[in-house]
Structures are given as C-alpha cells and as structure tokens.
Design a binder for this molecule. Structure first.
Ligand code: DGY
Length: 320
C-alpha cells in the first residue's frame, strides 16, 4: 500500500479523502517537521504532502529516497528545490486555482485596513481609549478612484485587479514578466505598465502577487521603496522574501510611504521587531488561503493530483 505523509493537520474532510488513497500518516500534534524528520520522511514514505512551512532544499534529501511524489498543499513551491526533486525523478504538484479568490480577498482586506487605519482603530477601541466621534479622528485615505499597481499578474493578481477595479472603482495598472491577453486586460480592467519603476512611482498602492524565490528576492528594496509616493501603501500577500523587511521598516518609520499591509514575512513565523511597533503596518499571520472552503478544496486538489499519479496518469498540477 502507498505510504503517504501529511506533514501538518488538514481539514478533516481532506484528511479522510487522502486516507482513501493509501496508508496515511497524519500529524495530530501539527508541529512542523525538523530537517532531520523531513529527511527520514523522504526515506520512509512513497508520497510526502508538504506545506509552505516545510523547507525542502537539496541538502535535505537522503541518499536513497523512497519518495516518488511531493504533493504540495498550497500553490507556492518556493520552499521546494524543484531541480533537486526532478533530479531524483520525483514528481511535484501544487494546488492552484482553489485559493485564488481567498488570497485576493486578503490583499483587498489589507489594502483597506491600512488605507482606513482599521488596525489602529480596533486597537483603540479594545484599549478603552476611544473618546467618541470627532471630525479629525483617525482620518485615512479613500481608495475609490485611486491607482493601484499590481506586480505579478497570475490568477491571484488578476482576481485582485478585478475586485479593486470593478468593486472599488480603482484604476489598476500591472507589471508582469508577460503581458496578459487583451481579453484578460478587458475582463480585469487592468492596464499594462512595462516599467516596474514607473508603476511604483505613479501608484497610490502597490500590491504584490509574484512568486517567491531567487528571481523576486528583495524586488521591493530600499531604492524601490524610495520611488513610491509618500502617501502610498504597500500590500504583500505573495512571499515575505519579495520585500526587504528591514528597508520597509525604515521607510514606514521615516514616513517615506504611508503604510503597509503584510500577510507574509521574510522569516515566518518571525516578524521583524521593528514592524510590531508601527501603527502604519497591518500584520496578518499568513491567512491568504485561510477560509474553511478553500482549505478543504486545497486538500481535495492534492488528492486529485495524487490519485492521477497513482493511476499512472499525468497529474493536473505538476510543477516538476
Ligand atoms: C500558498 O498556497 O502558497 C500559500 O502561501 C499557503 O496557502
């Protein structure tokens, strides 16, 4: 029987579905695996189903891995050295599509929370410090009619653009490695901007939707932060490594940008201590895909990929 390891707790329905596909080992304590435990898992199981919290660099692989497939629970695979897996003939799959809307919603949530100073307001109410309505109290920024620059224009970036343009009436510009088709541009209301720096300079808000990994490491660094408007907001629901967190703290402290909404961090679950003191930063614990529906669907998508692999068919979401 196929030996399958789920490295973290999954929603029950998804765990039950996986149990139909082989002999499943669950992680009832929900603790992330250490590197040594991961190495052992690659030696002991036919299929390992990791998440974003499982690092799978080349060094973790044992000499004689038993594993034949890594069926990742999540869309981002920057935590997996795909070349190292491929070199060992290991198939890698992910879970696109099912988390698109949830993640785009979180980006919009962060944008509005920062613009409307919702985190500050919530803290004030809970602290019993609210003295009542007054015309000058916690004035934020209207986003309706403003320009948002979207960096990375895959499924999530497109969904965010659609929501921002048709929902909030924002002007949306985007930059990506490849320009989208005229149909996608019309349907999302987004206009292509070929220069990343130009996009950053003219946007009232910048929302990151590119993959993580070496190609986008510190794409938003001190120089690019300095190009942003002093009234602009940065939203990151992509990967923490896309932003130089120390440079962001400096920019937020200096007021060279107005605020930031972050769902991802450079060294999760650690958060740069400088961010914790800043009122103009809204910080969420990587909640992009965290809805009941989405997390079940992610598990079902893993199961669909694995079922295809076990039948000797091509899985729908193969990334290596
Ligand atoms: C992903 O899927 O890559 C998210 O970051 C975790 O859900």
């Amino acid at each position: 029987m196929t030996r399958i390891l789920l490295t973290r707790r999954w929603p029950e329905a998804a765990e039950r579905r996986m149990a139909e596909l082989g002999e499943v080992t669950l992680n009832p304590g929900d603790q992330p695996l250490t590197a040594a435990q991961m190495r052992q898992a690659l030696a002991d199981y036919d299929v390992v189903c990791p998440t974003v919290t499982d690092a799978l660099p080349a060094e973790v692989w044992p000499d004689n891995p038993r594993v034949r497939a890594l069926c990742n629970y999540g869309v981002g695979v920057n935590h997996i050295d795909l070349a190292a897996a491929k070199a060992r003939g290991v198939v890698v799959t992910n879970t696109p599509d099912v988390l698109t809307e949830a993640t785009a919603e979180i980006a919009l949530t962060l944008l509005l929370m920062v613009a409307r100073r919702a985190g500050e307001g919530e803290r004030e109410v809970r602290a019993g410090a609210w003295t009542g309505w007054r015309p000058t109290h916690l004035q934020g920024q209207l986003m309706t009619g403003k320009t948002v620059g979207v960096i990375g224009f895959g499924r999530i970036g497109q969904s965010f653009a659609r929501k921002a343009h048709f929902g909030l009436g924002m002007k949306v510009i985007y930059n990506a490695r490849n320009r989208a088709s005229p149909e996608v541009e019309a349907e999302t209301g987004a206009v292509y901007e070929s220069s990343l720096d130009e996009l950053i300079e003219v946007s009232d808000a910048v929302s990151l939707h590119c993959p993580g990994g070496a190609a986008t490491h510190h794409l938003i660094d001190a120089t690019r932060l300095a190009r942003m408007k002093s009234t602009a907001i940065l939203v990151n629901t992509a990967r923490g490594t896309v932003v130089d967190e120390a440079a962001l703290v400096d920019a937020l402290k200096a007021g060279s940008i107005a605020g930031a909404g972050l769902d991802v961090f450079e060294a999760e679950p650690k958060v740069h201590p400088g961010l914790l003191d800043l009122d103009n930063a809204v910080l969420l614990p990587h909640l992009g895909s965290a809805t009941v529906e989405t997390r079940v669907e992610m598990g079902m998508r893993v199961a669909a990929n694995l079922e295809a692999i076990l039948k000797g068919e091509a899985p729908g979401d193969r990334v290596a």
